[in-house]
Ligand binder design. Structure first.
Ligand SMILES: Cc1cc2nc3c(=O)[nH]c(=O)nc-3n(C[C@H](O)[C@H](O)[C@H](O)COP(=O)(O)O)c2cc1C
Length: 365
């Protein structure tokens, strides 16, 4: 039976353990450069004991930005800054993938020069994002109605993903993860709540999956399938989404990702954000369609991790909030040590406080 401490062979590399770090937006990249800093180097270095770190969502273009303080990977300066992060993590013995993010409609015109966000359809919806006010404080604002992405813009969007992938390679990442979860652009295309298009990108389930799969193919074309993972969150009720066919879409996408032999399928379970707990039948249906590496994330502790690993439903577990407060989480899980709790007032934005100042276990003699 596999356990969290076991090594794991992914198509692209061998991970030292199965305690992965889930992607988490922390909003500490200064604008307008939107590049990581020495603070990010230290934050990720501290967490290099993870079998794989998946970075915070990182926008592929200015259009794809939704949150002040989220970093990008589309300028030379951003690539150079990420190179320092990946070098630091590699020197500490870790592995790191960058999460390629386009927020779609979860944005505010203030973060990209007054332009509205783009989405599958121009539907009003209930969703919020976090931006900074004139004094630099993080504030929560409503995301206004987006404009519909035109078919003639798709090649440019795919090129944005390709450029981000080239940049990720140049920055020394071990893999890229395509963010298809949590109600952002690619899920806005997959979801009947946000996609009412009547062209080849809307309507049937296959049509709604078309753009996400074109993105997967573009990214694979720029690197190779082994170095490309995808994150999906079927059944999530988030940012105005609530789909009757979420399970079907999840199973369909698992099959299409298997056809392409991608490096991993990252299952973002919905119960951390108001969705249901996944049942074992659905986990089995996903596993049947996707025989490769499955990473599961969402409300895991050691017991839930053991059950899901032993059930064969996942090969690694990604931990989110526990990694915010416990940089040495793999060591703590291995010994059953107590976990630090998260300072939720200091999750988004700010400085080293609540970011790089969580205590690690002291060695016992
Ligand atoms: C502060 C915070 C930021 C997050 N940012 C992202 C993100 O950028 N991309 C993403 O796919 N998920 C994001 N998530 C979701 C996490 O990756 C993870 O799925 C979720 O926290 C559930 O795991 P947990 O219960 O171990 O925290 C975020 C979650 C938190 C708490």
């Amino acid at each position: 039976m596999p356990n969290l401490q076991d090594r794991l062979s992914l198509p692209a590399f061998e991970a030292a353990n199965r305690v992965f770090m889930a992607p988490m937006t922390r909003m500490r990249a200064p604008e307008p450069a939107d590049a990581p800093t020495e603070l990010h180097q230290e934050y990720y270095r501290q967490r290099a004991g993870a079998g794989l770190i998946v970075t915070e969502g990182t926008q592929i273009s200015l259009e794809g930005k939704g949150y002040s303080g989220a970093p990008g990977i589309y300028t030379d300066d951003q690539v150079a800054a990420w190179r320092k992060v990946t070098d630091t993590v590699h020197e500490a013995g870790g592995r790191i993938a960058v999460q390629l993010w386009h927020v779609g409609r979860i944005t505010h015109p203030d973060v990209h020069g007054g332009e509205p966000g783009v989405s599958a359809s121009a539907l009003p919806f209930r969703g919020r994002t976090n931006i900074k006010d004139a004094a630099g404080n993080v504030i929560s604002v409503s995301a206004p109605t987006p404009r519909e992405l035109r078919v003639d813009e798709v090649p440019r969007l795919l090129e944005d993903y390709r450029r981000a992938t080239r940049n990720a390679r140049a920055a020394g990442f071990d893999m890229v993860e395509i963010h298809g979860a949590n109600g952002y652009l690619l899920q806005q295309f997959m979801s009947i709540s946000s996609n009412v298009r009547e062209d080849r990108y809307g309507g049937s389930l296959e049509n709604r999956a078309r753009l996400p799969l074109e993105v997967v193919d573009a990214v694979i074309g720029e690197w190779d399938a082994a170095h490309v993972g995808m994150r999906l969150s079927p059944l999530i009720k988030f940012e105005g989404l609530d789909d009757a066919d979420g399970k079907e879409m999840g199973v369909y996408m698992a099959g299409r990702l298997a056809d392409r032999s991608v490096g991993y399928f990252h299952l973002c379970e919905p119960d951390w954000a108001g969705g249901p707990s996944l049942d074992d039948n659905f986990r089995t249906a996903l596993r049947d369609r996707f025989p490769g590496i499955i990473i599961a994330a969402g409300n895991y502790d050691a017991d839930k991790a053991t059950r899901v690993l032993e059930g064969g439903w996942a090969d690694a577990i990604a931990f989110g909030r526990p990694f915010i407060a416990n940089p040495d989480l793999p060591a703590r899980l291995a010994t059953g040590a107590e976990l630090n709790s998260v300072d939720f007032d200091r999750v988004y934005g700010g400085d080293a406080a609540g970011y790089t100042d969580y205590p690690v276990l002291q060695p016992t003699r």
